[in-house]
Write a protein that binds this ligand. Structure first.
Ligand SMILES: [Fe+2]
Ligand SMILES: [Fe+2]
Length: 474
């Protein structure tokens, strides 16, 4: 095929020394590019975008900036540097050598975990494919495309593992990663959140704040894995993921700032007046927040899970930052989990620690999500308004786990289905909310200008100013 892998696919895994792997990827690459052109961002494919490309994992090479046309992006394969002394960090084999190959008995479960993670990466690109047409600024348009190409690279990262370590099964799974599609009736993406459409920028910022943050916790758990190539891959992916979450956090922060400006001008906190002035009122913002937070919580799985216990016992998937725990075996002890008592109330269950891993990780995630609320509420308070943004209870609107399908109010108090339905439009985005948000969406193409519903960014990308021409549309 004559593909020069060193230049076409930057990598630090010696691709050129493994002919079988090369052939497998030669086969997959055109399928990937085909998927990108059919399911990736609509239009803008011939446009120069100021993008970051990883060309190595060291501080010099991991973030190389320049104008690139997206189909020519150099999707590379990078694993964090190996640690020759790395040992299994948790579970029954604590302290033993980590695995450089897949142990036969864990083959199918590891493949499933890698496929599930891999499936989310192209899914989000598909979810976001229409957003370019309504970007509030060139800065935001560039950030969208940066997130998209990096999710594409994360797909490459998982496909590399499937091809390199799982033989024929892995190659078939790699093909399926391009065959499932977000929101498809016949062949949807594996996880629910990744089938939700993202057709407006408020949803995009909520997704990058809440759902990419779930990604952070999944990657951190897999970065602890005893399967060393998986751990090293995820460690490097986390460096890119940080930017995705920053896009969400600063995006929501800029919306809050703009809304406050409008509220001050109007000297009013009336949602209708704020909407008429072309800004997003905090009630609408709160409903979007309720939606994406609750949807993302489901991604952690059930509160009590025998799968989670066996992942931990076998060393396949750990806790984020496992090293900071004193006890890496987690054989003793329980974790208190609030579950429905079956009579319309709540009871506490003492779940064995290993079975409660999903819940423990979810709790760290919730804490991490809180930090944005604190920052945005400080801005609201400083501006002199009483409204506050809050995370709903982890019991609210859950589809998975003990609270799956159990109606509660946002504070987590169990209520009847009828009461939930009666309040649905108060708690979750309604059709009219969505129509209103859609009505604000319009592409702003002049460098340095932003749409009226969002404030200017504080700073640009790679020390460029906010009015840099991040996307050359002409
Ligand atoms: Fe990703
Ligand atoms: Fe991401």
């Amino acid at each position: 095929m004559g593909i020069d892998y060193q230049s076409r696919i930057p990598n630090n895994v010696s691709l050129d020394s493994n002919k079988t792997l090369q052939r497998a990827l030669e086969h997959w690459q055109p399928a990937f590019l085909n998927w990108w052109s059919e399911m990736g961002p609509t239009d803008f494919q011939a446009t120069d975008v100021y993008l970051r490309t990883a060309t190595s994992v060291d501080t010099k090479g991991w973030a190389t900036y320049g104008y690139v046309r997206m189909p020519e992006y150099r999707w590379g394969i990078f694993l964090a540097e190996p640690d020759a002394d790395r040992r299994v960090g948790f579970g029954d084999d604590y302290g033993k050598d980590v695995w450089q190959q897949v142990p036969g008995e864990f083959r199918s479960v590891l493949r499933r975990l890698i496929v599930t993670q891999g499936d989310t990466e192209p899914a989000s690109v598909e979810q976001q494919r229409m957003l370019g047409h309504t970007a509030p600024s060139l800065f935001d348009l560039r950030n969208l495309f940066q997130v998209n190409v990096e999710e594409g690279r994360h797909l490459w990262a998982m496909v590399y593992l499937l091809h390199a370590y799982f033989g024929r099964d892995g190659r078939e799974e790699a093909e399926q990663l391009l065959a499932r599609h977000s929101g498809s009736v016949d062949n949807p993406r594996i996880l629910g959140t990744f089938n939700e459409p993202i057709t407006d920028w408020l949803s995009f910022f909520m997704f990058t704040y809440f759902t990419d943050r779930d990604g952070k916790y999944q990657l951190k758990s897999l970065a602890e894995s005893s399967f060393d190539p998986l751990a090293r891959t995820c460690t490097f992916m986390l460096t890119e993921e940080a930017h995705h979450m920053a896009v969400g956090e600063t995006g929501i922060g800029r919306i809050v700032r703009r809304t406050l400006e409008v509220m001050k001008e109007l000297n009013s906190d009336d949602p209708d007046a704020i909407k008429r002035a072309g800004a997003i009122d905090f009630q609408t913002l709160q409903r979007y927040l309720n939606f994406w937070f609750s949807s993302s919580l489901d991604l952690f799985g059930a509160e009590s899970s025998s799968n989670a216990a066996s992942y931990f016992a076998t060393g396949i998937k750990g806790r984020p930052d496992e090293a900071k725990y004193a006890d890496h075996l987690a054989i003793d002890g329980t974790y208190d989990v609030a579950v429905p008592d079956g009579r319309g109330g709540v009871k506490i269950e003492h779940v064995p620690m290993r079975n409660a891993m999903n819940e423990a990780v979810r709790a760290s995630y919730v804490k991490d999500c809180e930090r944005g609320m604190v920052r945005w509420n400080r801005a609201i308070e400083t501006a002199g308004f009483d409204v506050r943004l809050t995370l709903p209870s982890t019991r609210f609107r859950r589809a998975i786990g003990a609270w799956g399908g159990v109606p509660t109010d946002p504070a987590g108090t169990p209520i009847s289905q009828a009461e939930f339905e009666a309040n649905r439009e108060r708690w979750l985005p309604s059709e009219s909310d969505r129509a209103f948000v859609r009505s604000l969406m319009q592409l702003v193409t002049e460098p340095g200008k932003v749409a009226g519903w969002i404030a200017q960014p504080d700073r640009g990308i790679n020390k460029q100013s906010p009015d840099y021409e991040y996307v050359r549309l002409n």
